[in-house]
Design a protein around this ligand. Structure first.
Ligand code: ADP
Length: 395
């Protein structure tokens, strides 16, 4: 039997997991699931490939560690004969040091803990996932896969802030995130459109978190997120691009504490803050509130601006790809962006767009526009199989 790989994605209110069979071509999904609603009403959701999804409630006040133990207990119960050969983890921050996935040992774990101040909202949960998995499977290799790693090859001009150079040397840089998603899309595009994949491509990862990445030859050249996951596009609840002078004003003149400012920028801004309706694009699109429309218009406006800026960075655009929740499923957002970039040679096929087809540009379009579902879990599984050196079976 092929080796089985578990992927874990431990976030603030959920722990997602998946089980993959290691195959010679691409990891084959066996089951995906999650413990969701941590801190509120936890639920255990399981979606076995080819079967009906199921969900059950879990005890309130479930900690992350207990959620992880619950997941492993379920896997062992559901697949008693299976051998878990490696566990792959999504880790948001790999700092300057990690530009590729690594097998986690005590020294690596200590290094990853040192990055907690760089990603205080995500990194502690990611590490709790690794610790929980080490406890449950002490002899199984644990592989950390980083959201920042794909962007570590950026040129100085795309990596730096114009602060004194010593800050750059200290590592205060534009790290960028969503790297596993971009890496997956870059690989998919090589299959979907190998010729354009070698050129300049912009990928719009539009989910609750949103960013753009400019690729050349499948490598990340620049991205809209920077030192933190706040920079760039406005998101569900995050502000995106903002004048740092405004932040100084809030701290100095309005007497905000750093905690209040952090809460404002991460939790109360973006689509939610602008609309006063919701952080959720589906809710905004179905709302009659003028401010929901204004929030959508702002989102589209900023995406267009960032695409134009990134096009300049890579010296021209050969393909545009939409991915993640909004990118894969919102014809309205995609239409706003593509029609607003007509000057760049983009033209939409409205019918294909309404159907969420994989190619949504018209035959008149100078540049193809794709809708490509992302799969960060499969990317983690692929890295884990390679790094852990697992044997692979034919599909
Ligand atoms: P996350 O960043 O949490 O992984 P997702 O990639 O799942 O987020 O994207 C969530 C976003 O996708 C939400 O704003 C949601 O409203 C939006 N979305 C999902 N389906 C649709 C749809 N059919 N139309 C418009 N927006 C959608």
């Amino acid at each position: 039997m092929a080796d089985l790989v578990v992927t874990l994605n431990a976030g603030s209110s959920s722990v997602k997991f998946a089980l993959f069979a290691a195959t010679a071509e691409w990891p084959r999904l066996v089951v995906a699931g999650a413990v969701e609603g941590l801190g509120a009403k936890p639920r255990f959701r399981v979606d076995v490939v080819g079967e009906k999804a199921s969900e059950r409630k879990l005890a309130a006040k479930l900690t992350h560690r207990k959620a992880i133990a619950e997941i492993f207990k379920w896997i062992e119960g559901a697949y008693p004969a299976a051998t878990i050969s490696a566990i792959g983890h999504r880790v948001v921050h790999g700092g300057l040091r990690f530009s590729a996935p690594v097998i986690v040992d005590a020294e690596t774990l200590a290094a990853l803990r040192a990055f907690i101040p760089l990603a205080p909202l995500h990194q502690p949960h990611n590490l709790a996932g690794i610790e929980g998995a080490c406890e449950a499977f002490p002899h199984v290799p644990q592989v950390a896969c980083f959201d920042t790693a794909f962007h570590r090859g950026h040129a100085f001009v795309d990596d730096a802030y114009a602060l004194p150079y010593s800050y750059y040397e200290k590592g205060l840089r534009r790290f960028g995130f969503h790297g596993l998603s971009y890496e997956y899309i870059a690989r998919r595009l090589r299959i979907i459109d190998p010729i354009h994949a070698e050129g300049g491509v912009i990928v719009a990862h539009l989910g609750n978190g949103a960013s753009l990445c400019a690729l050349k030859g499948g490598r990340s050249i620049a991205t809209s997120m920077g030192f933190s996951a706040l920079e760039g596009l406005p998101m569900g609840t995050r502000c995106g691009e903002i004048d740092p002078g405004l932040l100084l004003y809030l701290l100095e003149s309005e007497g905000m504490t750093p905690e209040e400012l952090s809460h404002l920028l991460y939790e109360r801004s973006g689509l939610l803050g602008l609309s006063g309706v919701s952080h959720d694009m589906r809710a905004l699109e179905s709302s009659d509130e003028p401010r929901a429309d204004a929030a959508i218009a702002y989102f589209i406006h900023r995406i267009k601006m960032e695409i134009a800026a990134l096009t300049a960075v890579i010296g021209g655009l050969d393909a545009l790809v939409f991915t993640a929740g909004i990118g894969e499923r919102s014809p309205r957002i995609r239409a706003g962006v593509v029609e607003g970039l007509g000057w760049l040679g983009l033209a939409l096929d409205a019918t294909a767009n309404a159907r969420n087809d994989s190619l949504i540009s018209s035959t008149q379009s100078r540049i193809p526009v794709f809708v490509t579902p992302t799969d960060e879990e499969a990317m983690i599984a692929r890295h884990t199989i390679e790094i852990a050196g697992l044997s692979v079976a034919a599909r």
